[in-house]
Design a protein. Sequence first.
Length: 202
Amino acid sequence: MKPIALKSYPRAQTRTIGARKVRNAGRVPAVIYGPKVDSQAIEIDQKDLGAIIRNAVSQVILIDLEVEGYERPKRQALVKKVDRHVMRDEVIHLDLFEVEDTTVVELNIPVEPVGEPTGVKDAGGTLARLVANVKVRSTPAKAPEIIHTDISNMKVAETLHVRDLPEIDGVEYVSPDDLRIYTIIPPRVKKDAPGKADKKKK
């Protein structure tokens, strides 16, 4: 996963009124924390953050954070929680979890299918998604944004499990091997309306 550069600023006003002032100034109140550091209140430009959230291919986002005027200006973090306004499509608060290159984390990664199953194309079945994400364990740099898996050979009534997903260097699947991700539902068999079968016999 490639980190995305983002600039931030130390935030002095941490209470509700202070957070409102930050938002009125076009910035998003945020906090960055981690296992080896104390939490720090920061603020981020609303436009910069909004562009990153909108263009992200999944909810797993690695940030190369610059904190202006801080003794450690460069920090790497994962987006942990995004709070949105209930009425408007805008971020009102952000939680960032600081990580190092060697930090091993568990992440929920979306699975996306590649190809059209033969059970759909040739047999009229329907592809059903049973779960959207699977949990993996890796360092942030090794973690994929999306797991792509080939489903073109799936036939009617076949199911794709976690054990069928591709191996990824440096990534361990944490979800159970038998967790079902996709299945091909057989096509419905049309039944004759009542009385039609009897007429055909006559």
